[in-house]
Design a protein around this ligand. Sequence first.
Ligand SMILES: [Zn+2]
Length: 292
Amino acid sequence: MAELVAPVVDVGGAEEIARDVVVIPNRRLPLVPNIGVIGGSHSVLVVETGMGPRNAEKVLALATEYAKGRRLYLTTTHFHPEHAFGAQTFATEATFVVNRRQAEDLAVKGPGYLDMFRSLGESVAHELEGVALATPDVVFDESYDLDLGGRTVSLRATGRAHSRGDQVVGVDGVLFTGDLVETGQFAIFPWFPPHDVDVSGVRWLEVMRRLVEEHPTTVVPGHGDLGGPGILTDIVDYLELLRDETWRRRDSAMSEDTVVEEVTAVMLARHPDWAGREWIEKGVGCLFHDAG
Ligand SMILES: [Zn+2]
């Protein structure tokens, strides 16, 4: 958690990446997600809110202007603050749709994450001022086909991986993965024992293998630059390496501290240019305690 750059969404960077699919890129800023706006003939879906009401107001303003009177929907890929803690701003303007486990995450874990993130630094605390956790309007179990008019967006719960309520959003070959995928940085493992141990490297790998099989043409990661299907296999490769390096040492009765130290060195040597180094240790900790 070294970075304390203000987590402010820059809607000026919004870019149409496919027909009626706009992405507000995170410009590699920590705690800013890639945000999507997907349009059909009568409705527009926003994917992710940005952290807190001020970021969400900017996203809502852009979406409203883009929609030109079309009906607004909102969904989020998981409950983490920079993805979902702006949903309150959309309350009277959009219909908020998420999967059931994510809705539960937001209600049960949201308050604890609000406290934890407020302690990360002044700029983060500032963006979280005035946050009231939203209640989704529509909750589904496994999948939901949202008709935007002339095109259908598929919202799917993937099962527990990066969080318990992870969800992907797919439309016409474009896949929004949330934090199941990051580029230019080490995979984010929110491993915070004893408060939160939902993340599972083993299950995350299973989910990623399924997503690879879908052969999307464009992948919008939770954080970092957009890419093709190759960024899905990059995550598979990273998670497999992290798992194998961790388990090999764990199974030879090495202490957790030593495993963390050695595997961190291996990963830094493999990816010297990646950001988010603090997540390696969390990933090793998660996998160390993952029975597999
Ligand atoms: Zn996350």
